[in-house]
Design a protein around this ligand. Structure first.
Ligand code: BES
Ligand code: ZN
Length: 596
């Protein structure tokens, strides 16, 4: 059995039995058919198995399995009944301890991982577009595979796409279109299934330096290149902190606005929402986040989705370190403060006794997507900041460099991480664990009392200005000339909950929030108006929601809308008109909100 899979844990979200037979390599040969909105072709799978293993079990959901063949011929496979969100186990009898099988299959037009866009839904409106989102357990809707973060394999793929299009995957990628529409991909480093990714459309590549560049639709390429100019510096900064970037290239692809996330850390090519293009490079923190996943997540991977904080908490921490090294402490403090505010709000919203506010999650029996909240990100980050503060940055960094090195291409459970802390970082300090209340942080809900309070001098100034305005100073007399996007976001977030229509228009007339090209500012402004039942904002919200499918924005806007009768009607109208622009992940979220 390959060394990186030795530690495979029982994963409640996969049917795989890796201790019996585990996938080691995948080879795809797929036709990308925009007419039928399906992928058709074959998956050749290499596995290694225990001597007494009788079957190889794969995860599938909504796939049509046409045949399974081994080198000796057709294999009689079985499909278990389908379970909600988990799909169906595909059971393939095996005789050898190592071997390969070929599965002929086809995806369903409504495969949850895949979003098929018609040409009107793209920036160029010229060609249709396809992209995937496999995390958390959606890879099985487009590839028959062991879909568990604890199981890694190498892969290669051949894609047949319409000749006018380019295709990329989380692998070695082409940078030019070719006439034949035939592309070949190789990923030599073992990755878990949730990092399988594909995008096909009318996009082009622009290099930033020798190891990084941007893919975007032609009409977006120049803007994107400008926005992400600092990417090479980010990679260099990250390497200086936690060691070499091991994935060779780091590219970005800017997807159409329906992409349900801000970013997805697909190896070698981060998938990103266009909503981070503000024109002034003010929202590129997101790229630092996805880049940081190249260490925390892609190199050292959470064993199951219950350990999700090991991916996201570490990534938020590392992202912040990258930004600090590029733009300084004031900048990083603002970001930390915004994160901590999110954390307090999320705990408030979920309730401080809610089991989902623990770092170690219990997602068994549920769709993991339902339990993956900001807690993993921000409570995780706050715990790591606390540890850093306690041992000092130098010692903490040394520990993390080792951690990323020692667990490279492996998975880690929460328990193994805590053991590492005890055995290594706290080796000469047996009371550290208790002093820092680490078990409480990890296994108890709510926020422990020793959470560090973040202060930001820049935000203190913003708060004073907000107060002055509230107490009568007109908006045009405020001192805002040097404010960054973070300061504006904070300003909007610290405004008193109740504002009059006059106050809202004073702000908008002076600062033009409704027309902001910075989506983070625009979003906070729309939220503020909706919370104050300012129906004049409806057309702005409608336009935004018709285009943007990023769940981080879509979800709170709909939640806020449905709080009033008129808003609920508006929400229903907007959803009817916009739902086809949303990925299934976002559609599902909005449906739940509207059904309440
Ligand atoms: N890996 C996540 C996205 C994700 C998480 C997809 C869970 C599916 C399930 C990605 O790295 C992420 O966290 N994206 C954030 C941006 C980040 C700056 C916090 C997002 O999409 O908003
Ligand atoms: Zn992340």
């Amino acid at each position: 059995m390959t060394s990186y899979n030795i530690m495979a844990q029982h994963d409640p979200h996969s049917f795989a039995r890796p201790e019996m037979a585990v996938v080691t390599h995948l080879s795809l040969d797929l036709r990308v058919d925009f007419e039928t909105r399906t992928l058709q072709g074959s998956a050749y799978i290499n596995y290694t198995a225990a001597p007494d293993a009788k079957e190889l079990v794969l995860d599938t959901r909504g796939l049509t399995i046409k045949s399974v063949q081994s080198k000796t011929g057709q294999v009689p496979f079985r499909m278990d009944p389908s379970l909600e969100f988990l799909g169906q186990a595909l059971r393939i009898p095996i005789q050898d301890t190592a071997g390969g099988i070929t599965i002929q299959y086809e995806t369903s037009p409504d495969a949850a991982a895949l979003q098929w866009l018609n040409k009107q839904q793209t920036a160029g409106k010229n060609q249709p577009f396809l992209f995937s989102q496999s995390q958390a357990i959606l890879a099985r809707t487009w590839v028959p595979i062991q879909d568990s973060p604890g199981i890694r394999f190498t892969y290669e793929a051949t894609l047949h796409v319409p000749p006018t299009m380019l295709a990329v995957m989380s692998a070695e990628n082409p940078t030019y279109k070719n006439e034949s529409g035939l592309y070949h991909f190789t990923m030599r480093q073992p990755i878990p299934a949730y990092l399988l990714a594909i995008a096909v459309g009318d996009f082009e590549f622009h290099e930033l330096d020798q190891r990084s560049g941007v893919y975007a639709e032609p009409t977006m390429l120049e803007k994107s290149t400008y926005e992400f100019q600092d990417l090479p510096n980010m990679i260099n900064a990250a390497e200086k902190i936690y060691g070499p970037y091991v994935w060779e290239r780091y590219d970005l692809i800017i997807l159409p606005p329906s992409f349900p996330f801000g970013g997805m850390e697909n190896p070698r090519i981060t998938f990103a929402t266009p909503t981070i293009i503000a024109g002034d490079r003010s929202l590129t923190t997101l790229v630092a986040h996805e880049l940081a996943h190249s260490w925390s997540g892609n190199l050292v991977t959470n064993a199951t989705w219950n350990d999700f904080w090991l991916n996201e908490g570490f990534t938020v921490y590392f992202e912040n370190r990258i930004m600090e090294s590029l733009y300084g402490k004031d900048f990083a403090d603002m970001q930390r403060k915004l994160g901590q505010k999110d954390l307090l709000e999320t705990i408030e919203e979920l309730g401080s006794t809610n089991p989902d506010t623990r770092l170690k999650l219990q997602l068994e029996g549920r769709d993991p997507d339902d339990g993956m909240t900001d807690i993993a990100y921000e409570k995780g980050n706050n715990l790591l900041m606390l540890i850093e503060d306690y041992v000092g940055r130098e010692k903490w960094d040394e520990f993390l460099i080792n951690y990323f090195h020692q667990y490279s291409f492996r998975t880690i459970t929460t328990e193994a991480f805590l053991q590492e802390l005890k055995d290594s970082l706290f080796i000469n300090d047996s009371s550290a664990f208790e002093t820092l209340k680490i078990n409480e942080w990890v296994y108890q809900p709510g926020l422990p009392s020793n959470c560090k309070v973040i202060t930001s001098t820049k935000f203190n100034v913003v708060e004073q200005q907000a107060q002055q305005w509230y107490h009568g100073t007109p908006a045009h007399q405020l001192n805002t000339a040097v404010w960054s996007a973070f300061e504006w976001i904070h300003f909007l977030q610290v405004l008193p909950a109740t504002l009059t229509p006059q106050q809202l228009s004073d702000l908008d007339n002076e600062f033009h929030f409704s027309q902001s090209g910075n989506n983070e500012i625009l979003f906070n402004w729309m939220m503020c108006c909706l919370a104050n039942n300012q129906t004049a904002i409806y057309p702005v919200v409608e336009k935004f929601l018709n285009e943007v499918g990023r769940r981080k924005y879509v979800k709170p806007l709909f939640q806020e809308l449905v709080k009033t009768k008129q808003g609920k009607k508006e929400a229903e109208k907007i959803f009817t008109a916009s739902k086809n622009n949303y990925h299934s992940i976002t559609q599902e979220t909005v449906r739940l909100i509207l059904a309440q």
